[in-house]
Design a protein around this ligand. Structure first.
Ligand code: PEP
Ligand code: MN
Length: 339
């Protein structure tokens, strides 16, 4: 920690601050400048008590307290310098190949899901997405098929060989969802539901953690820390847009999270351009940008008839649109040095 003292302090004040720093287990290193004295408090910030208390104990003497270590430990590259990879039924996320996760927003019926699964597989997707438990803004909107939807996902996996990703909405369903899913999705609305994150982590299944509607990057990384610190090393971060003043798009897809998460963390980054823009006509451009910026996977909504979808119709691609997108993306993926 770096502690900046106020100017013109008495030695008595300085000694009192140093004493408290030592009491909390840190070794103080004093640097006297012309205008200011700065103390470097040496010790593990993650295991020692915070020195923020100095601000309230000595308001007349301490101007600021700044951490130098990251608050997220296991998620950071300090803990794991190389990129981590996750193997999902033979599909490696975080490796050279950009994995495509595609499928409907919601699982609606056997015909809808199986038809979509066949189509996205033929176009190159390796993982099938589909919500069985849906976090809807209104309680009067389609809430998902629940376990029946999970069974349909398992059937689609059996018939196509695609791995499946589906959302876990509540702790009580953790075991149930884990019994079917290859990847557990934690949605934007639950991004900081820490008990749910712990429950998801403890299933042992890989976890895809979406960014919340107004979650800051550090908060998101710390939410990820809940997964890793609960014995699950298979975590990916998924940017799906944040809430801003802009209304042209449903959300503002923050692609800057790709290089930032890559700098800070070893975990994979997934981009969801569907929730991210809310508009089918923007999905392709967003995907191209994401690929150029180093995304490890894309999560794309595809529906056999978007106009009749029970959720998120405006942003879902038709199977034909998805096949076109995959063809368009190919040169961008190659130019990024990926497969
Ligand atoms: C979804 O993937 O359909 C979904 C509900 O996502 P989010 O949690 O990002 O809104
Ligand atoms: Mn959706």
């Amino acid at each position: 920690m770096i502690i900046v003292l106020r100017p013109n302090l008495t030695r008595k004040d300085e000694t009192a601050v140093l004493k408290e720093i030592k009491r909390l287990g840190y070794h103080p290193h004093i640097m006297r400048g012309v205008a200011r004295t700065v103390i470097g408090a040496i010790g593990d910030e993650l295991t020692h008590k915070s020195l923020e208390s100095l601000l309230t104990l000595f308001p007349h003497a301490v101007e600021s307290v700044m951490p130098v270590q990251r608050r997220f430990k296991l998620v950071s590259r300090e803990a794991h310098p190389a990129n981590s990879t996750i193997n999902v039924r033979g599909n490696v996320i975080g490796g050279r190949k950009i994995q495509i996760m595609a499928g409907p927003c919601s699982v609606e019926s056997e015909k809808q899901l199986l038809g979509t699964a066949e189509a996205v597989k033929a176009a190159g997707a390796t993982i099938l997405r589909g919500g069985a438990f849906k976090p809807r803004t209104s309680p009067y909107e389609f809430q998902g098929l629940g376990e029946k939807g999970l069974k349909l996902l398992a059937k689609a996996r059996k018939e196509t060989g695609l791995a499946i990703i589906t959302e876990l909405l509540s702790e009580e369903h953790a075991e149930l969802v884990a019994a079917y899913a290859d990847i557990i999705q934690i949605g934007a609305r639950n991004s900081q539901n820490f008990q749910l994150l712990i429950a998801a982590a403890r299933t042992g299944k890989p976890v895809l953690l979406k960014r919340g509607l107004s979650t800051r990057i550090e908060e998101w990384l710390l939410a990820g820390e809940y997964v890793l610190s609960n014995g699950n090393s298979s975590l990916m971060f998924c940017e799906r847009g944040i809430r801003t003043f802009e209304t042209y798009t449903r959300n503002t897809l923050d692609l800057s999270t790709i290089p930032i998460i890559k700098m800070e963390s070893h975990c994979s980054v997934v981009i969801d351009p569907s929730q991210g823009s809310g508009r089918a006509d923007l999905v392709s451009a967003m995907c191209k940008g994401a690929v150029a910026m180093g995304a490890d996977a894309l999560l794309i909504e595809v529906h056999p008839n978007p106009a009749e979808a029970l959720s998120d119709g405006a942003q879902q691609l038709s199977p034909e649109g998805f096949a076109r997108l995959m063809a368009e993306l190919k040169p961008f993926i190659e130019a990024a040095g990926r497969e």
